[in-house]
Design a protein. Structure first.
Length: 404
């Protein structure tokens, strides 16, 4: 639990974000380039750009930007980042050796209004939507950051209690995904064994990680949930796991479902819970604030109108800064003149009070100080002995120095 007295920043309601790993044999960057160009040719994506492609030396991470429209008029801007792996001799290389394999990716998108979960998933703009398609056999990109978990799949829960608790702790730390535990009241048929992701709104399919508990796992799963979160999953129901730190708006009663029918029908209640959880005030995950800031402040893919508007904003900003600097200079000059006038008046009043003649304007303060000291010490100098003082006999009885 965080000891910070300030509440962590929350995910903006206009933002969609996700994080995962690409495990395919093809280079992740090449897969993204092909997908973006394919969608641009089909006019699904308005435009895309790789801002740092021509940098020399190459940037430490690869960045891809894309822009498209939803509902015909709402513009969506998205930024996918492929962080570079640590150098073999770097301090983090040893810890990275235990990290999941593949290429990590971070994807943040922002719309011009509140995000609608029914909109197309930003993940499908950068990655092939169906990795099992023969033409995209290497587009195995939908692995979650928690090792062993995948989006759009049924993730069976482990049977060992320690492994369960370890998994739940890892899921709580993963604020990028939405982890939901579903319990099977009875062993489902073939339709019920299919993942629920295919029945979710498009934008949730690549955010939700479905954990499935078999009928006989209820007791062990609930024991682990009680130890980690202090709540349980209903028999035959589902519950959304909170992140750490827990969002102030999280209430387990609001994000749990009493019954989930695993018969191939749409899980209406579960969809409603997941949509409400996705729209709630959730804390930004670790690294999320930097990713959102990069999308907003380091965006390069602009239309001519957007570039013109940006340049106008820069001109206005520079003009305001110049005006502020000019005002500050004038105020400083005015203050300096007043200070010099006050100092001159103080010196004149001090000279009049001491009866000394006013100093010449050309003399420096140090010269004037030494002049005052010289004048003040003139009367203290000893006078030289006169001729009569040398001829006067000694006043100690007329004895000479030899006699004394």
């Amino acid at each position: 639990m965080s000891n910070s007295s300030t509440a962590p920043p929350t995910i903006p309601h206009t933002v969609w974000l996700a994080r995962g790993r690409h495990i395919g044999s093809d280079d992740a960057g090449e897969v993204v380039r092909r997908q973006l160009q394919r969608l641009k040719d089909r006019e699904v994506v308005d435009d895309h750009l790789e801002p740092d492609a021509d940098d020399d030396p190459p940037a430490p991470e690869r960045v891809f930007e894309a822009r498209w429209r939803v509902e015909g008029t709402v513009t969506v801007r998205a930024r996918l980042t492929l962080p570079s792996a640590p150098e073999p001799d770097s301090p983090s290389a040893s810890s990275a050796s235990s990290a999941p394999e593949g290429q990590e990716w971070i994807l943040v998108a922002e719309a011009e209004r509140v995000w609608d979960p029914r909109w197309p998933s930003p993940a499908t703009m950068f990655w092939p939507e169906d990795p099992e398609d023969p033409g995209n056999a290497d587009a195995d990109w939908d692995h979650a950051t928690v090792p062993g978990l995948r989006f759009r799949r049924v993730n069976p829960l482990p049977s060992d209690e320690k492994d369960l608790r370890r998994l739940f702790r890892s899921c709580a730390q993963d604020g990028w995904g939405i982890h939901v535990v579903v319990h099977e009241a009875m062993t489902p048929d073939a339709h019920g064994r299919l993942p629920l992701a295919r029945l979710l709104p498009a934008s949730l399919r690549h955010c939700v990680v479905e954990h499935r508990a078999t009928p006989d796992q209820l007791r062990s799963v609930n024991y682990a949930l009680l130890r980690e979160f202090d709540f349980q999953v209903p028999r035959g129901g589902a519950v959304v796991l909170p992140t750490s730190p827990v969002a102030p708006s999280y209430d387990v009663s609001d994000f749990s479902v009493r019954s989930v029918f695993l018969d191939g029908s749409e899980p209406t209640d579960l969809v409603d819970v997941l949509c409400r959880y996705a729209a709630s005030a959730r804390p930004l995950p670790e690294g999320g604030e930097e990713a959102v800031t990069a999308l907003r402040e380091r965006w390069s893919l602009m239309t001519p109108a957007e570039e013109l508007a940006r340049e106008r904003r820069l001109v206005t900003m520079y003009a305001e800064a110049l005006e502020a600097m000019t005002k500050s200079r004038d105020l400083y000059r005015e203050s300096a003149d007043r200070a010099n006038e006050a100092l001159a008046a103080l010196r004149e009043s001090a000279g009049a009070a001491s009866g000394l003649p006013p100093q010449s304007a050309g003399s420096s303060p140090l010269q004037r100080t030494f002049g005052r000291l010289r004048d003040a010490t003139k009367g203290l100098r000893a006078a030289p002995p006169t001729e009569s003082d040398r001829d006067d006999p000694p006043r100690d009885g007329g004895r000479s120095a030899e006699e004394r």
